[in-house]
Design a protein around this ligand. Structure first.
Ligand code: ZN
Length: 330
């Protein structure tokens, strides 16, 4: 069978807010939808009736979060992805660690994109006028278009010759009796998403070509190899990655090579403009501390405590010499 290698751009004429399949653009009727958080995940963690807060402060249940999707994309492209990921999730941490990062990208990317579309739709008829309007932000539109181009690898076979579009961290967790088995966080502006599922924390910046992982490799990721993190350590890890994404100052661009007859996949090249812009804005203690405090909310640990010794801000991961701290579950 010939693959359809035609890409779709929902950002032209804002097709994104109409009833078009989110993945291929085909018009669909209002009953043709998929859940943003897959059914198996909602069943596993009993999420369907739990609530989620959108940027305009409207509250929806997980089950109410849906995306228009044609039958073809549902059956040909999303069902196989969900089957693969569901099987991996059943194995827990080892399953996730062995899964191709490009699959994690597609799976998390679809959830992220689904929420993004919901936010954009909510902006058309907001409960409260949001602080920023996504579709009026040129920088954000650039990001969304770049990201969606490679997210279409869910539907259109794509080869990335020498990069992957994202940074993925699969983080082992210690048992945590004090929190839910499932936790979710995202940040639309920095293209960050993280999901905690039992003993596994997935953390992903969806649009950085792996730059954040590379930048944090030596200082953060490599020293944690083989360690299961205490909940406070996991919070610190999240703060580090979310803050790095906040500092990231470049948007990868993607270019599709011209298609020859008989091609079975698109070959996609990438470019990052690091000539006119620095890749990261400067790291600032105050910004990081603010992020860390946010991640530590559950324990009520404040900025003042984090900065008790400003030369050596609070860390659960590393001691003053930079060695990993062993922490036991409370
Ligand atoms: Zn479709």
């Amino acid at each position: 069978m010939m693959n359809d290698l035609t890409l779709y751009n929902p950002f032209q004429q804002l097709a994104i807010i109409q009833d078009n399949c989110f993945l291929c653009g085909r018009p669909v009727n209002p009953t043709e939808v998929i859940p943003i958080f897959p059914d198996w995940l909602m069943a596993k963690y009993n999420l369907a009736k739990q609530e989620i807060l959108l940027l305009d402060k409207s509250i929806l249940t997980y089950a109410e979060l849906t995306l228009p999707c044609c039958a073809n994309c549902q059956h040909q492209h999303l069902a196989p992805l969900e089957e693969q990921v569901q099987a991996v999730a059943a194995e827990g941490l080892t399953g996730w660690q062995q899964l191709d990062e490009k699959v994690i990208f597609r799976w998390l990317g679809k959830i992220f994109y689904g929420l993004l579309v919901r936010e954009i739709k909510a902006e058309q008829d907001p409960l409260l006028q949001p602080q920023f309007v996504l579709t009026e932000d040129i920088y954000m539109l650039d990001k969304m278009q770049s990201f969606f181009k490679v997210l279409q690898s869910i539907r259109v076979p794509m080869v990335f010759p020498d990069f992957i579009p994202c940074s993925v961290f699969v983080v082992p967790l210690q048992p945590d009796a004090g929190s839910a088995a499932f936790e979710f966080r995202d940040d639309l502006y920095t293209m960050m998403i993280s999901l905690k599922m039992d003993d596994t924390l997935l953390v992903c910046c969806l649009l950085d070509n792996g730059i954040i992982k590379e930048a944090l490799q030596q200082r953060l990721w490599h020293p944690l190899a083989g360690k299961a993190l205490h909940p406070k350590q996991a919070a610190e890890f999240l703060a580090q990655v979310y803050y790095a994404a906040y500092l990231l100052n470049v948007i990868p661009e993607y270019f599709v090579r011209s298609v020859k007859p008989g091609d079975q996949a698109l070959v996609v090249d990438t470019l990052i403009d690091d000539i006119t812009a620095s890749v990261f804005n400067p790291w600032q203690l105050s910004g990081y501390t603010h992020m860390f405090e946010e991640m530590l909310k559950r324990w009520g640990i404040t900025e003042t405590e984090i900065l008790k010794n400003p030369q050596q801000p609070l860390s659960f991961l590393f001691d003053a010499a930079g060695s990993f701290k062993e922490m036991q579950a409370d």
